[in-house]
Design a protein around this ligand. Structure first.
Ligand code: NDP
Ligand code: GDR
Length: 346
């Protein structure tokens, strides 16, 4: 088989790092894009030990610049493009709706245009999201569930999703859209709730922090392990036809459940007291408050409940998740205890 070449936009992010590792293991040549910033952000690639891989090329690029997209695609002539770059934090999208639309929405069209103009045979993966279901219209959510996004991020992703479908139908481009539910790992950014929790639990256990503050702990999410989800992305681009697939675990838990699980993984048993804005978690041994709700972390509109059914991905891609939420949570807490003990935590 001839060696394949792939572009990964957003290689400095959680999924970009795992996908790079996977494709390099499969003997791809990988071009990963990063933004010029004042300080480098390659810690995830370093942690996976792939930063200096001879088949990995890091290229400076911005998704919002059409010329940058066209010249990248022209220069690399890839077989596959994985569009993972995005302003991906839902909370920030309320404060920066226009920037989010430009990166997360229009950015995908810049790449689709580059493919259409340079080589329509290039296969394209769009990182769509369960946030498109937002105020959910059915339980569990599947590919046909109507969308109802609840944030500027969700709306921008929905635009990119439909443009991927539109380029598929209009120009015959192999554009697949993965509607991925929340997926986490030790490489997750600390602004997202699971990693914020596991990093804070580690700091509390080590005496470096007193209390973890959170927003809506009643929100329910379907959380899986990121490393397994990037395998699903790759499978989507190896299929015979482009399509849309849900990747999820079909299990949902509250943020509160995840808090309890994370403390348990650090050998701290907690009890919850109060309700809504006054809710706290108490360490049952010391009696100390270790978590409290702070309404400053509430969002203007919330996605209350997500749970996805990945049956189509199982049937057509033979993809299924295997890591349980308990295993994932433990893996994240242990990694954060290790990092915080070493005095290093990104
Ligand atoms: P991250 O936030 O960890 O990574 C996002 C990446 O996008 C970073 O590499 C970031 O670069 C890059 N980026 C941001 N803006 C630009 C830009 N203007 N030009 C080029 N690159 C840019 O996200 P994840 O790895 O968690 O997610 C990957 C993709 O999947 C995202 O599109 C996300 O929206 C989507 N998604 C994620 C899910 C999840 O649960 N993780 C679920 C469903 C969808 P920099 O490092 O410079 O900021
Ligand atoms: P989400 O992930 O918005 O689902 O988007 P996040 O972890 O940010 O929030 C999950 C839920 O937890 C609640 N929450 C808090 N969230 C954060 N970040 N910080 C807090 O202190 C806090 N307290 C409670 C939130 O309100 C929410 O209900 C992620 C991103 O990766 C998206 O890019 C991706 O598309 C979706 O998952 C699927």
């Amino acid at each position: 088989m001839t060696k394949k070449t792939a572009i990964i936009t957003g290689i400095t992010g959680q999924d970009g790092a795992y996908l790079a590792q996977l494709l390099l293991e499969k003997n791809y040549t990988v071009y990963g894009t990063y933004r010029r910033t004042s300080s480098v952000n390659f810690w995830r690639l370093e942690e996976l030990g792939v930063q200096n891989h001879p088949n990995l090329h890091l290229v400076e690029y911005d998704l919002t610049d059409l010329g940058s997209n066209i010249s990248l695609v022209q220069k690399v002539q890839p077989d596959e493009i994985y569009n993972l770059a995005a302003q991906s934090f839902v909370g920030v999208s309320f404060d920066q709706p226009t920037t989010t639309a430009q990166i997360t929405g229009l950015g995908a069209v810049n790449l689709l245009e580059a493919i259409r103009l340079v080589n329509p045979k290039i296969r394209f993966y769009q990182a769509s999201t369960s946030e498109m279901f937002g105020k959910v219209q059915a339980i569990p959510q599947i590919e046909e569930t109507p969308f109802y996004p609840r944030s500027p991020y969700g709306v921008a992703k929905l635009y990119a999703h439909w443009m991927t479908v539109n380029y598929r139908e209009s120009y015959g481009i192999f554009g697949s859209s993965g509607i991925l539910f929340n997926h986490e790992s030790p490489l997750r950014g600390r602004e997202f709730v699971t990693r914020k929790i596991t990093d804070s639990v580690a700091k509390i256990q080590l005496g470096k922090l007193d209390v973890l503050e959170l927003g809506n702990i009643d929100a329910k999410r379907d959380w899986g392990f990121a490393k397994e989800y990037v395998e699903g992305m790759w499978r989507m681009l190896q299929a015979d036809e482009p399509d849309t697939f849900v990747l999820a675990t079909n299990r949902t838990e509250t943020v509160r459940d995840f808090v309890r699980m994370a403390f348990k993984a650090a050998n701290i048993v907690v009890d919850f007291k109060g309700s809504a804005e006054d809710e706290t978690a108490i360490d049952v041994v010391t009696g100390k408050t270790v978590m409290r709700v702070n309404p400053k972390f509430y969002r203007p509109a919330e996605v209350e409940l997500l749970i996805g059914d990945p049956a189509k991905a199982k049937a057509k891609l033979d993809w299924a998740p295997s890591t349980t939420l308990e295993q994932l949570c433990k893996m994240m807490v242990e990694a954060d205890i290790r990092r915080n003990t070493a005095g290093f935590s990104f």
